[in-house]
Design a protein around this ligand. Structure first.
Ligand SMILES: [Zn+2]
Length: 375
């Protein structure tokens, strides 16, 4: 085949292809024809921008809620919040306990006591519910730090964020409480140390948690350190130490001792209540207190103090062994008589707000406390 015949053959082939192969099919099979599809898709697809403003708008959505300002504190009516923020609440008037629920979050507050717990962990927030004529109000700080919603105060109304976030001070990753297992409980609490230098866990069963009491729901909640049972002399000059590193969540600097009549009146409410002393009255019986929230949901409560160290204020981070105050008898029958008798430290230990001593004998309770505190 010569050059001219080759040219003719190629020409025939080109004409054949042009005439008989459908143009679309050819287009599809030629790689350079497929490529433009991609850039076309890119230009045709909507840029991500339109989604963003929509999301921002959703995040910043706010509801208007009326507020009241008394003595510099902004409060909201709980029934308004329930409707506008879609939360739930329950007030146990007998115990004085207010529970607020928002999804998996449960806040607990106590009548006349400046403490706020979120899923069993106390937050460094001084707030209590204000209950008047059946109306319950809570301070704005509870909405912010407890429910994780921004509050913006305008002249005539408050704007509250509709979406909840996890507050910075909230603990996440709850552990399991080692209930009824002495060895596991000792291990769990092993980061604690004694609250009084040189003192030992009491030799008397009646000073241990779980000891019977004629009032206070029939049991003693914590551990008492008295002079005559702890191996050292204890009086109002005895410093009380933080049992571990933690954050102060309560410090009753402004504590006013009750009168004897007042204390008896409170106790009689318990007697009328089938011997069940309500929670908010139990709180008064603890006298001047400091509460410290530690890691792993552990809370330590130091009660009946005579004084509190000046720099121990709510929100302060303390170190293990730091002096937080001094032993006293505030809130006790001796304290209300202004007597110097009965000076002792009452120490409560809780994990996620729960009492730990169910199911143990007094000997086991002493062994656990000695293993943890007497090292
Ligand atoms: Zn006690």
């Amino acid at each position: 085949m010569g050059k001219p015949s080759l040219l003719v053959a190629v020409a025939i082939l080109v004409v054949f292809l042009w005439l008989f192969v459908p143009f679309n099919l050819l287009n599809q099979h030629l790689p350079w024809h497929r490529e433009p599809v991609k850039p076309q898709e890119q230009t045709a697809s909507p840029p991500p921008r339109p989604e963003k403003p929509e999301k921002e708008e959703r995040l910043s959505a706010k509801v208007e809620v009326p507020f009241r300002k008394e003595e510099g504190i902004v409060t909201f009516r709980l029934s308004d919040l329930k409707e506008k923020l879609r939360i739930d609440y329950e007030y146990d008037a007998r115990e004085g306990v207010l529970t607020i629920r928002q999804g998996k979050v449960q806040l607990t507050m106590l009548r006349e006591a400046p403490v706020l717990s979120r899923n069993g962990v106390y937050l460094p927030v001084e707030a209590y519910p204000i209950i008047r004529k059946g109306e319950i109000r809570i301070p704005a700080v509870v909405v912010e730090e407890g429910l994780g919603r921004q509050v913006e105060i305008r002249e005539d109304r408050a704007l509250i964020e509709q979406n909840a976030s996890v507050p910075a001070m909230a603990e996440t990753g709850r552990r399991e409480i080692p209930k009824g297992d002495a060895r596991a409980l000792i291990d769990y609490l092993s980061f604690l140390d004694t609250p009084i230098q040189g003192a030992r866990v009491s030799t008397k069963d009646s000073h241990l948690p779980g000891a019977p009491r004629p009032y206070r729901n029939g049991v003693h909640e914590g551990l008492d350190y008295f002079s005559w049972t702890s191996g050292i002399s204890i009086d109002s000059r005895t410093p009380v130490l933080a049992v571990a590193d933690g954050v102060v969540v309560r410090a009753d600097h402004d504590y006013q001792e009750m009168s004897e009549a007042e204390r008896n009146r409170y106790l009689s409410i318990g007697v009328q209540n089938e011997g069940q002393t309500p929670q908010y009255i139990l709180d008064k019986m603890r006298g001047r207190s400091v509460w410290i929230q530690h890691e792993k949901g552990v809370l330590s409560r130091y009660c009946h103090l005579s004084s509190i160290q000046g720099d121990i204020t709510v929100g302060k981070r303390v170190k293990k062994g730091e002096v937080i105050g001094y032993v006293g008898n505030s809130g006790t029958s001796d304290g209300v008589k202004r007597s110097n008798a009965g000076m002792h430290l009452h120490l409560d230990l809780l994990i996620y707000g729960e009492w730990l001593w169910e199911g143990f004998t007094p000997a086991e309770r002493r062994h656990i406390l000695q293993s943890v505190l007497d090292r």
